[in-house]
Design a protein around this ligand. Structure first.
Ligand code: AMP
Ligand code: ZN
Ligand code: FE
Ligand code: FE
Length: 282
């Protein structure tokens, strides 16, 4: 049975596999269409599109932009974006610059905690302009300070931990505006991250919809059946599109597979047409 996967990371941000390697796994998993959604960067899309054409997999140009609404970090996915658009890429470059301002501050804190790490080492390991905390976690693993990325976040990098430093983030309305200006459809990623009380979720979503949000990621690796049903009901009620994806990162998030997530994920190819129709609207 064919399936799709609209949330995948590669080495162009904090994933551990190249776009062509992700596509090879997609082929094995019977994934007929996929979106590469690297954080704040579009450089992986050329390889993915070329490789998709060879393998007969439809590749949707995507991106994932982190934003902050004053309470929660909300990740906004963009689909069918004009990924070569200059203005859009300039905005993404500014987001990457904010990573490069924050990351050395994280390194300072790790050094204060007694760990022998430098930002140059992180950059060399990342090999991309979109350097994130998972790369720092990888360096801590390589240097045997921790045994997993999860331990790196739990001990040092997560919010509230000793090496946590917030990054300047756009508002959700800004992130959505950038995506729609690049003719893409904006979708709220992993709504389970929203810290608002669950009664307020419809209000929050309505506000985002007024800013141009087109859909929500109902199907996601870590969503329980109950969460999935709730988001599905909300999407129907608020007239938002339904999407889904694994958030595959390779070794950065062990256990999550392309197409199947933690094992039970199945995103229907039928979700694609409504997304395409929305993207084609002026
Ligand atoms: P950054 O964008 O550099 O702030 O890094 C955030 C990314 O780190 C997220 O998109 C997740 O992929 C990953 N991440 C965040 N929290 C954790 C955690 N507790 N354990 C593992 N990975 C995490
Ligand atoms: Zn990531
Ligand atoms: Fe995310
Ligand atoms: Fe993601």
């Amino acid at each position: 049975m064919s399936r799709i996967d609209l949330h995948l990371h590669t080495t162009h941000s904090d994933g551990s596999l190249r776009p062509s390697e992700v596509l090879a796994l997609a082929k094995q998993a019977n994934v007929t269409a996929l979106a590469i959604t690297d954080h704040d960067i579009t450089t992986g899309l050329a390889e993915a599109l070329a490789n998709g054409a060879e393998l007969g997999i439809e590749v949707i140009p995507g991106v994932e932009i982190s934003s902050f609404d004053g309470k929660s970090e909300l990740h906004i996915l963009g689909y069918f974006i004009e990924w070569q658009d200059d203005t859009f890429n300039r905005r993404l470059a500014q987001l990457r610059a904010s990573r490069h301002r924050r990351n050395p501050l994280i390194i300072d804190r790790l050094r204060t905690a007694g760990l022998d790490v430098t930002y140059e080492e992180v950059q060399a390991l990342a090999g991309t302009e979109s350097v994130g905390r998972p790369h720092i976690a990888q360096l801590l693993m390589n240097k045997r300070y921790v045994t997993s990325a999860k331990e790196a976040f739990d001990r040092y990098l997560a919010e509230g931990k000793p090496a946590y430093v917030a990054r300047e983030l756009p508002t959700p309305a800004e992130a959505i505006g950038w995506i729609t200006a690049a003719k893409g459809v904006a979708v709220l990623a992993h709504p389970t991250w929203v810290k608002e009380s669950s009664e307020r979720l419809p209000t929050l979503l309505n506000g985002l919809k007024e800013s141009g949000l087109g859909g929500i990621e109902v199907h996601y690796s870590t969503h329980s059946k109950r969460e999935t049903d709730r988001y599905l009901e909300l999407a129907r009620r608020l007239d938002l599109l339904v999407t889904g994806g694994s958030d595959f990162h390779g070794l950065t998030k062990p256990g999550i597979a392309v197409g199947t997530g933690l094992g039970g994920l199945k995103v229907s190819p039928r979700l694609l047409d409504p997304l395409k129709t929305a993207a084609a609207k002026p």
